[in-house]
Write a protein that binds this ligand. Structure first.
Ligand code: CUA
Length: 331
């Protein structure tokens, strides 16, 4: 190949790469970053994508250029020239990808190490996934259904599950971590933006999977300090109502007294009517059986979807309070 052709090819490849990069950067592929860890992950993403675009442009340019410049004439029936390989070229096209792939792995390893480093004094919050709700346990022992985080302080989540495998994901924090029964998986987040971001379960975990959502609220440190004090105070909520929220009943059931609007399980506002149809003893006996042994009687129109684990999960005292609460609020 002549020198002129190589230069022409290089210019061609550079223009193609510039167009691809401009298109890539013009489209907002990634959610806005709201944490230091997300910034680093976005850097790895663009580092890798930039390399991919450069390689793609070079290869596609060589192919296009060859098809254009070296195509056979329609009346040319002769054999092509016998070629025995090109050692120098082969060394280059092996060495360059090896260097690029190694560079990607080094950058990724550094980012992984930095992202799992929580510093000396992280805020530790327990995360429990269960069908189909998230529960967050703060350092003062308070259990809350959403994540409240102070801006700028590293937070170390300790993620686990009560039943099946779930996965914790906040798109703006760019990281996912599985919630596995019996395992405690860590995740470090250092929020850099104030705001409210969705917490999403990103592992198919049952019928209510798509509804297994909460939110992460990032607030100034002073506001967090005030919040964590106030959340420790007893709320004007009956023990039964608290249990209703704590065990995630609201994610699947409707109950107007608790402002719950779930539609996966039977409408608990209609419990009296259901109990009459079911002939399973008194209203409270029926409710208790439906929580502890949900498979025994299935309300027509619904499926056997309720976890069969509440009998062992809910302590006896709380179970009684929950049954009383439901019985009182049934219409
Ligand atoms: Cu929990 Cu999907």
């Amino acid at each position: 190949m002549r020198r002129g052709a190589v230069i022409q090819l290089a210019v061609f490849a550079a223009i193609a790469a510039a167009i691809c990069l401009a298109v890539a950067f013009a489209i907002p592929w990634l959610p806005e970053s709201a944490s230091k860890q997300a910034d680093r992950i976005h850097f790895v993403y663009w580092f890798t994508t930039g390399i991919a675009i450069a390689v793609f442009s070079a290869v596609a340019s060589v192919i296009t250029y060859s098809v254009w410049k070296f195509r056979a004439r329609p009346d040319d029936d002769s054999d092509g020239p016998p070629i025995h390989g090109h050692t120098k070229l082969e060394i280059w096209w092996t060495a360059i990808p090896a260097v690029l792939v190694t560079a990607i792995s080094i950058v990724s390893a550094i980012v992984l190490a930095q992202n799992s480093h929580a510093g000396a004094d992280p805020l530790k919050i327990g995360v429990l996934g269960r069908q189909f709700a998230w529960q967050f346990t703060y350092p003062n022992g308070q259990k809350v259904g959403y994540l409240e985080l102070p801006l700028g302080r590293p937070v170390k989540l300790d993620i686990t599950s009560d039943d099946v495998i779930h996965s914790f994901w906040v798109p703006q924090f760019s990281q996912k971590q599985d919630a596995v029964p019996g395992a405690h998986n860590p995740l470090v987040i250092t929020p850099t933006k104030l705001g409210t971001f969705p917490v999403i379960c990103t592992e198919l975990c049952g019928l209510g999977h798509s509804l297994m959502r909460s939110y992460a609220k990032v607030v100034p440190p002073a506001q967090y300090a005030a919040w964590i004090k106030s959340v420790g105070k007893p709320v004007k909520q009956s023990a039964g109502e608290a249990a209703f929220g704590q065990f995630g009943c609201n994610s699947c059931h409707t109950l107007s007294a608790a402002n719950a609007t779930g539609t996966i399980g039977p409408d608990l506002d209609k419990l009296k009517q259901y109990a009459t149809q079911a002939h399973r003893g008194s209203l409270t006996a029926f409710i208790k059986e439906s929580i502890v042994n949900p498979g025994v009687y299935i309300q027509p129109g619904y499926q056997d979807q309720m976890p069969h684990t509440f009998g062992t999960q809910i302590p006896a005292g709380q179970l009684t309070q929950l049954v009383q609460y439901l019985a009182q609020n049934a219409k």
